[in-house]
Design a protein around this ligand. Structure first.
Ligand SMILES: NC(=O)c1ccc[n+]([C@@H]2O[C@H](COP(=O)([O-])OP(=O)(O)OC[C@H]3O[C@@H](n4cnc5c(N)ncnc54)[C@H](O)[C@@H]3O)[C@@H](O)[C@H]2O)c1
Length: 289
């Protein structure tokens, strides 16, 4: 399959990332199928996407007359067999857990055509962890987005075909992104390989009760003059995603400090304080922070 043959994309998981990737695909002329486990998530996602499309049309980012067409190019479903039929490319953005992702791809493989390329938007895992479950390891790779930015990582595992890598690299350009192709599989790609140890260091300072999130952020921002500190950034990313990543690697590496940080994050997740998207995380956004 060549990038020029791609017409229809399945976006699995209609959360933060699924919506963002779906928006890039549909506003660049591709048909999108949004799949999630509950109708209520799909209703919320469609509402949000429609508003974003309207806003893009109002700001001149897309032609006004195309807004309705783009909206009509989004189909939603909770039926996997329907979702997978006649799909050219899959972009998966479901929870950051190799078992959940592996199981999802195992089921998806049964309902997708042979030609379909599967991609995962994992932040911190690597495709080889669940490549076998996909039933098509040669057409499976990571296609990783950074919300709000054009940069994308394209990363195969040792069994991914060069053709699949090139198709996804080229496709990323067709949806207005700027790809980096990694030479080898690496958890965290390039940017997250730099970012994750920084977030973990910040979490360690708070979970060991050395300082408050506010003071850690203040110390970072005052000296670097950067707009966000690590806790503000984690609230932006979403604390459930940060918890899953921290917890997974803490367990895998048997790292007690990292586990303490994961447990701190879990307290927020259990209270439903997921960061900006829920109105509260390390900071309270209800008053408009
Ligand atoms: N949030 C970020 O900044 C970011 C950036 C890059 C990559 N990612 C990665 O993207 C993935 C999703 O993250 P997110 O922040 O969008 O999460 P999210 O919690 O906002 O969305 C996940 C969605 O997946 C759905 N889901 C759960 N199980 C499912 C299943 N079995 N099949 C289909 N849908 C299912 C949920 O209902 C939810 O709507 C993770 O792997 C994460 O690491 C996140």
């Amino acid at each position: 399959m060549k990038a020029g043959d791609i017409k229809k994309i399945l976006i699995a998981g209609a959360g933060t990332m699924g919506q963002s990737i779906g928006l890039s695909c549909v506003t660049n002329g591709f048909a999108v199928v949004l799949y999630d486990i509950k109708d209520e998530f799909l209703v919320k996602a469609t509402d949000s996407l429609n508003k974003k499309i309207d806003k893009m049309a109002a700001n001149g980012m897309i032609p006004k007359e195309k807004a309705e067409l783009f909206k009509n190019n989004i189909t939603t479903t909770t039926d996997l067999a329907f979702a997978g039929a006649d799909i050219d490319l899959v972009s998966e953005s479901i929870p950051e857990d190799p078992d959940i992702k592996g199981e999802f791809f195992r089921e998806l493989n049964k309902v997708c055509p042979e030609r379909t390329i599967f991609t995962t938007n994992t932040s911190s895992l690597v495709p080889s962890m669940y490549a076998d479950k996909t039933g098509r390891p040669d057409r499976f790779l990571a296609f990783h987005f950074h919300p709000g930015f054009k940069l994308v990582d394209v990363m195969g595992h040792s069994g991914t075909s060069a053709e699949a890598v090139e198709t996804v690299r080229r496709f990323s350009e067709l949806i207005g992104h700027s790809p980096i192709v990694l030479k080898q599989e690496k958890a965290g790609y390039l940017f997250n390989s730099l970012l994750n140890p920084w977030l973990l260091a910040a979490l360690n300072l708070v979970s060991r009760d050395i300082a408050s999130p506010e003071d850690v952020d203040r110390s970072w921002k005052e000296i670097t003059a950067m707009p966000l500190g690590p806790f503000e950034l984690m609230d932006y990313i979403g604390l459930e995603t940060v918890w899953r990543i921290t917890d997974f690697w803490a367990r895998k590496r048997n790292d007690q400090n990292a586990q303490q940080s994961a447990d701190l994050l879990k307290q927020y997740v259990d209270r439903g304080e997921l960061g900006m998207k829920s109105g509260k995380g390390f900071y309270d956004y209800t008053g408009g922070k």
